[in-house]
Design a protein around this ligand. Sequence first.
Ligand SMILES: O=C(O)CCC(=O)C(=O)O
Length: 272
Amino acid sequence: MASVILTAMQHRLLTGSTGVEITDIQLADASDNEIEQIRQLVGDYCVATFPGQNLHPTDQVAFARRFGPLLWTPGEEENTEFPDILQFANEGREAHRTGVFHTDTCFIAEPPSFTMLSAVVAPEHGGDTLFSNQYLAYDALSPAWRALLDQRRVRHVPSGVANPDEVPSDPVWHPAVRRHPVTGRLALYTTLPDRNVEIEDMTDEESSLIISFLYEQAHAIDRIYRHRWSTGDLVMWDNRCTQHAAVHDHGDQTRIMNRVMVAGEAPTRGEP
Ligand SMILES: O=C(O)CCC(=O)C(=O)O
């Protein structure tokens, strides 16, 4: 794991492997050095939390742009006055499309690197988000499973987007295992069975069994960080090594999250 040189910014690990809390920084005024430290820390620990930021939407967008061009999920409707922000606002009584583990917008050729959620209104209790470390999901596989997956690709399709007709229809295949461009580590790059529909060179039955097995494997309890939200939190995760799911159990309470995504690269299994 690469080391980082810290300035005033502080960090502490949130579990044995996954999640880091970063404090003593104002994200709206972060230095270039701090941005690079954050990029490394999120790559190492999959998700970073920044309590008490209360970022205005324009500051959230400006912070996200420090990591690269922004990405909009094809087929999503703009629903705020800020065109780069997708707002999730819901009560927690009904099933919601973010309520299952997934990696964001994997059904395009160059899926997002980072996603950032700003808690505009957090519930008093409930409405947590779970993050699952996909380096560990890969590391836990036996050499035989790794050999099976290492050179294979998985076909990704959209599900749960507002306007599926707006998603490009070209088939999208990504390696089942991808190398993280910052950390050089290998991570499992699969998602929910609705979006992973085929494994290269395998029958439908074989693909379905393996995809289900990998989905279970991806969320063992030793690789999870569970974030309990406070209003004003900014949480940033790296989709190249993480899956996440929201727990919509907050009943009648309001929960409003502003989301911004940063463009990523085509996943590869390349050498470090
Ligand atoms: O609302 C949340 O906690 C998670 C949102 C989510 O799943 C997403 O942005 O893809």
